[in-house]
Design a protein around this ligand. Structure first.
Ligand SMILES: Cc1cc2nc3c(=O)[nH]c(=O)nc-3n(C[C@H](O)[C@H](O)[C@H](O)COP(=O)(O)OP(=O)(O)OC[C@H]3O[C@@H](n4cnc5c(N)ncnc54)[C@H](O)[C@@H]3O)c2cc1C
Length: 420
């Protein structure tokens, strides 16, 4: 905690719920379902939107649901399935409720059409997801015409208003979500003029090996956006290619895909800990934050994983919270997991002695900041306990099993030795 004063706390008042889950996307829904399945009586989901479902509700494409429901859904149908599941389980769902601040004792300040109210619970689960970086945060050059949007905005236009805002967009990025953006364009009568990626190879390697080529969309690696021009709306853009040449493309929009960041505004507003590197909620092996009243799961931990992954993570955090409710909040001192460039993040970012017998996280999730070849190793109290050498690509998930001895260690560190 950074010690700043929170809003009015609940004092001795009986909590309104056992658990409040903030965010009704896959992670929050899974946490709530697991809590109910484990007999926790009063579970509330608060979501600022008017329906359960989170990001998939805005995605008029598949695949969603395979891992958790054993069948493939389009985003809106998957969101409806999530809504049905929580209703059937007896979760108290409050929609159109934006959480604006959290107090250290689990009091939650909520704004809705009814006004502002304070709710409280014995534990809070944060599942507020992630968002793509908008134009301003990417420091893109050029004019400021209409037509420069993120994939999330495109999906909302299509899903809720039946509008495809351009016909010939330039797509920036090559993550899985960029692939989803391309699909949405192609299935709604827009033909992207090109896709570009600043890295030497596509970030979602398997999808990009064949997909843009199949549909005749030029794909350029090591390419950056040099200029956007347009009066009123986007008219053309300059791309700086790998060999330094400038390529001008006629386009009527620029689609900014990926570069996700955890939706951590609430943590900042509430003096709750944000992990260096991931820029998301700092958690231990049980999904518990430094203030043990708070837990977190899903894309608020690290941007960005799939819906199925977030659902599974939410379920495990829900199970951990159910176990945790049977005892006093665990307040033992956590040991930070340290790392340095080229590693970008580690989740969990700390381990806590005296955690639950069945931790929610059995692996460290790591990401590299850039493409690098070398040897990654894990050290406990100075002794190496795990290593692997190879080529590591940015934004790819790297899983390292958490050894039992790590929960006893007083120093936990990842090291990296670059070999070229
Ligand atoms: C464009 C796009 C395409 C995608 N395509 C796929 C795909 O094809 N397949 C796949 O498996 N995954 C896909 N994903 C990823 C998938 O959507 C996410 O992994 C998943 O939704 C993450 O779940 P979550 O619960 O962590 O967060 P989210 O789904 O983002 O849910 C977070 C919820 O929290 C709520 N919230 C946030 N802040 C507050 C607040 N202060 N108060 C109240 N409520 C709040 C939001 O309204 C939202 O409902 C896609 C994502 C995007 C953006």
């Amino acid at each position: 905690m950074n010690g700043s004063k929170p809003f009015q706390q609940m004092g001795e008042r009986t909590p309104d719920a056992d658990v409040i889950v903030i965010g009704g996307g896959p992670a929050g829904v899974a946490a709530a379902l697991e809590l109910k399945a484990r007999g926790i009586a009063r579970v509330v989901i608060l979501d600022r939107e008017q329906a359960i479902g989170g990001a998939p509700r805005h995605c008029s494409h598949s695949p969603f649901g395979m891992r958790e429901f054993g069948r493939v859904y389009f985003g809106p149908a998957y969101a409806k399935r999530l809504q049905r599941e929580v209703l059937d389980a007896g979760v108290d769902i409050r929609l159109g409720h934006s959480v604006v601040e959290l107090a250290q004792d689990g009091a939650v300040l909520v704004a809705s059409a009814r006004g502002v109210e304070t709710l409280s619970a014995r534990r809070i689960v944060l599942a507020t997801g992630a968002r793509e970086k908008p134009r301003s945060a990417r420091l893109l050059p050029g004019d400021r015409p209409v037509g420069v949007i993120t994939t999330g905005t495109l999906q909302s236009f299509v899903a809720f208003h039946g509008i495809m805002p351009f016909r010939r967009p330039l797509i920036i990025g090559s993550e899985l979500v960029s692939f989803s953006a391309l699909l949405t364009c192609l299935t709604h009568h827009a033909r992207p003029v090109a896709m570009i990626e600043p890295e030497p190879e596509p970030l979602a390697w398997s999808a990009f090996q064949w997909f843009p080529r199949l549909f005749g969309v030029p794909f350029h690696c090591r390419a950056t956006l040099a200029d956007i021009r347009g009066r009123g709306r986007v008219e053309e853009a300059d791309i700086r290619l790998a060999d330094g040449r400038l390529l001008t493309v006629k386009c009527d929009g620029v689609l900014l895909t990926g570069r996700f960041t955890p939706e951590a505004a609430l943590l900042d507003a509430s003096s709750l800990d944000v992990a260096a590197g991931s820029a998301g909620a700092m958690i231990d092996q049980d999904g518990r934050m430094p203030n043990p009243v708070f837990f977190a799961g899903g894309n608020i931990l690290r941007a960005v994983e799939t819906g199925g992954w977030s659902f599974r993570e939410g379920r495990r955090v829900g199970a951990a919270v159910a176990d945790d409710l049977a005892r006093e909040p665990c307040n033992t001192r956590a040991v930070p997991v340290t790392f340095a460039d080229p590693l970008k993040l580690a989740v969990p970012a700390m381990l806590r002695p005296g955690g639950l017998d069945r931790p929610a996280f059995c692996d460290f999730q790591l990401r590299f900041a850039r493409r690098v070849r070398g040897r990654l190793s894990l050290h406990l109290d100075g002794a190496e306990v795990w290593s692997r050498a190879g080529l590591w690509l940015p934004e790819r998930r790297v899983l390292v099993p958490i050894p039992g001895a790590a929960f006893e260690a007083s120093r936990i560190a990842f090291h990296f030795l670059e070999t070229d």
